[in-house]
Design a protein around this ligand. Structure first.
Ligand SMILES: Cc1cc2nc3c(=O)[nH]c(=O)nc-3n(C[C@H](O)[C@H](O)[C@H](O)COP(=O)(O)O)c2cc1C
Length: 212
């Protein structure tokens, strides 16, 4: 890079570092058998594993550690309004004080609130979200608690959870016909970028490993 064209940088202290990851709606089973939906975006995938980060105090985390299974439902960009209806809610009752003070309320039926339809899963008890183009049935393989004393008044830090994907469901219109491949030109995930919802832009190219 020509040093004369190096962009100017500023030293800043952003309150959050959510640099842009897809919105995942984690479905889990509550103790009474009903379903919960946890919107989240701190997730990444490698091999057949997905690693998620969940802050303490949420119902989804409690359910996940008790049941050891869930469905990772990937939201489409067209679902942003429904996701935002879920955003200020928690399946936890009562909502922890720090969350209540931040504007969260308890919601028992998140499927109804979002207008989503539940589909039965094949390998786990938690239901899938029919509207999500990609649904990954998963089980917990590893979990580590990360207490953070200075975060949210020591509200419980966060947990790092590794999930093994057991079964993949994809809407037919995002699959390359006759193959096992997702067609990235037809798949339009919803991204969470510094607390804003963002859709995908046009496809720019592909890596040398792409098979389709
Ligand atoms: C788009 C979006 C992304 C989020 N990402 C995360 C995340 O990665 N980890 C997390 O713990 N909470 C995340 N949250 C906050 C949770 O959704 C929130 O704590 C919620 O109350 C959890 O619901 P539950 O208590 O029913 O599990 C996110 C919320 C939204 C709307």
């Amino acid at each position: 890079m020509n040093i004369r064209h190096t962009p100017e940088t500023l030293t800043i202290r952003p309150p959050i570092l959510y640099f842009g990851t897809p919105v995942v709606l984690i479905t889990t089973c509550n103790e009474d058998g009903s379903a919960n939906i946890t919107p989240m975006s701190s997730a990444w995938a490698l091999a057949d594993r997905v690693v998620v980060g969940l802050s303490g105090g949420g119902q989804g985390l409690v359910n996940l550690l008790r049941e050891r299974e869930c469905v990772l439902n990937f939201a489409a960009d067209s679902m942003h309004a429904a996701v935002e209806r879920l955003a200020p809610t928690s399946g936890r009752d009562p909502v922890p004080t720090w969350k209540h003070e931040a504007g969260y309320r308890h919601e028992a039926d998140k499927f109804a609130l979002a207008g989503f339809h539940a589909l039965p899963s094949i390998k786990v008890t938690a239901p899938r979200i029919a509207e999500c183009p990609l649904q990954l049935e998963s089980r917990v393989t590893h979990h580590a608690d990360r207490p953070l004393d200075d975060w949210r008044g020591n509200a419980g830090g966060f947990a790092i959870i590794e999930l093994e994907v057991l079964h993949v469901h994809a809407h037919a219109d995002i699959v390359v016909p006759g193959t096992q491949h997702i067609d990235p030109t037809h798949y339009s995930p919803l991204f969470y970028v510094f607390r804003h919802y963002v859709g995908r832009g046009k496809t720019l190219g592909k890596t040398f490993k792409a098979q389709v």
